[in-house]
Design a protein around this ligand. Structure first.
Ligand code: SIN
Length: 463
């Protein structure tokens, strides 16, 4: 296994840290320790676990400036967004601290009077998580919050681009009193650690946020030991604007949905579908607002869009812009970059494309960058058909003040997360998960704890 991970700042190319990658022996030893720790931790009361989660959340909030600065340096997102993520990270812990207390079982009426039938729920065991670089902190607690609430132990492998946030987050968990073997971190390449997680008999659950191809591989690998899998994978979100929508409001939501984290979220609006009667007005206003966004180092005051994470991400985005231009798209805003591949910094100016056609790569693939393609539609049936014409089904947005139209979209869009006049629907208390190739299972809300629970049925006879 490779033994060093170099962490760089995507806004400057500066090397932030070299951290050791864990050897296979270390990973396996930690998996065993997590399995052993489950025996004791699963016997704690829900109230004890809730208190630990609350304390961890409290420490995250008390240290939010430090955490946010680490996040901005290794991920590139503007500091206010990182501060927002710190609060979002804590919110999963406080929400699941409460949910721990509501893991009810049930009794079932038996067919004979001499029997009693009981159903209880208990933690599944050691959970192994692989988390992404786009939300280096929140995607961890979205998994660890419910896992610990259920009485599971937890081991996480953060993305190689952003391990520093996770190292601090895990330290804070231990400072909060969570035993060292109950929450553990391992560092290294996904391709090396993934098979150790999936192949281990100690791990009872794999939870992953990342790309669909990697998710498919983890599902295949987990089959060997029949592990439960939760997968939060890629998206290709449509953002539909009807002729009755409040266009100025829709523009504010489009900016938030598209350019948050430089367009690098799984739920980012990826395809703007605008009714033909308002496409000119929306395009003009949206392009003007996108061009006015301040791009730069996320540590600098007033910056609204930071760099994209690395060269690989940068190249894919630029390729999509060039492909669209070559096939006839018009650049309404941006379309330009400010980068230095040698030094390693990667900025793409917020880009809006008009005259987009469905054969362009940008209409077929997730972008994961600050580029917004706009196409027009004539009928709402056509908008739904375009929207659903993808293997992905994570998030979709629609803007209309007409309730019949809203219900039509709610019922016909094949996506797990819907925003009706809302560009930012994610929140700890609601389920977040995709349909089709966007994933398996939901995180957040009451649904988010189920994957970490095992159902046990007891039949008592001779009463
Ligand atoms: C993601 O990109 O996977 C998470 C976005 C969110 O929680 O809103």
């Amino acid at each position: 296994m490779s033994n060093q991970i170099t962490v760089t700042n995507p806004a400057t190319g500066e090397v932030l840290a070299q951290i050791p990658a864990d050897s296979a022996d270390t990973v396996n030893a930690k998996l065993k320790a997590g399995h052993e720790a489950f025996k004791k931790f699963s016997k704690t009361t829900a109230y004890e676990r809730a208190a630990l989660l609350e304390k961890w959340a409290e420490l995250i909030l008390a240290n939010k400036q430090e955490l946010a600065e680490i996040m901005t340096k290794e991920n590139g997102k503007p500091l206010p967004e990182s501060l927002g993520e710190a609060a979002y990270t804590a919110s999963y812990l406080t929400w699941y601290a409460e949910e721990a207390k509501r893991l009810y079982g049930r009794t079932i009426p038996a067919a004979t009077s001499s029997k009693r039938l009981l159903v209880t729920q208990q933690g599944i065991g050691l959970v192994a998580a692989i988390t992404p670089w786009n939300f280096p902190a929140a995607m961890m607690t979205r998994k660890a919050g419910p896992a610990l609430a259920a009485g599971c132990t937890f081991i996480v492998k953060p993305a190689e681009d952003t391990p520093l946030t996770m190292i601090r987050l895990v330290e804070l968990a231990h400072e909060a009193g969570i035993p060292k073997d109950v929450v553990q971190i391992v560092n290294g390449k996904g391709s090396e650690i993934g098979p150790l997680f999936t192949g281990s008999d100690y791990v009872r659950k794999i939870t992953f946020t990342g790309s669909t191809p990697v998710g498919k591989l983890l599902i295949q690998q987990s089959a060997e030991t029949v592990k439960g899998v939760s997968m939060e994978l890629g998206g290709h979100a449509p953002f539909i604007i009807c002729e009755d929508a409040d266009i100025d409001y829709a523009v504010t939501q489009a900016l938030a949905s598209k350019f948050r984290n430089a367009g690098q979220t799984c739920v980012c609006a990826n395809r703007f579908l605008v009714h033909e009667s308002v496409v000119a007005e929306f395009s003009e206003k949206f392009a003007k607002a996108a061009a006015a966004l301040k791009v730069g180092n996320g540590m600098d005051a007033g910056v609204e869009v930071g760099p994209v994470i690395n060269k690989k991400g940068f190249d894919k985005i630029v390729e999509q812009i060039e492909d669209a231009k070559a096939k006839g798209a018009t650049v309404l805003a941006g379309g330009t970059t400010n980068h230095d591949v040698e030094k390693g910094y990667f900025f793409i100016n917020p880009t809006v494309l008009g005259n987009v056609t469905h054969d362009m790569n940008i209409m077929q693939e997730e972008t994961f960058g600050p580029v917004a393609p706009i196409v027009s539609f004539k009928t709402y049936e056509e908008a739904v058909e375009i929207a659903n014409n993808t293997p992905f089904g994570l998030a979709a947005y629609f803007f209309t003040d007409n309730y019949k139209r809203g219900i039509f979209f709610q019922e016909n869009l094949d996506f797990g997360i819907l925003g009706w006049n809302d560009g930012l629907p994610s929140t700890a208390q609601a389920p977040f998960g995709g349909m089709k190739e966007s994933g398996i299972g939901s995180e957040g809300g009451i649904e988010g704890i189920q994957p970490y629970l095992e159902t046990k049925y007891l039949s008592i006879g001779n009463i």
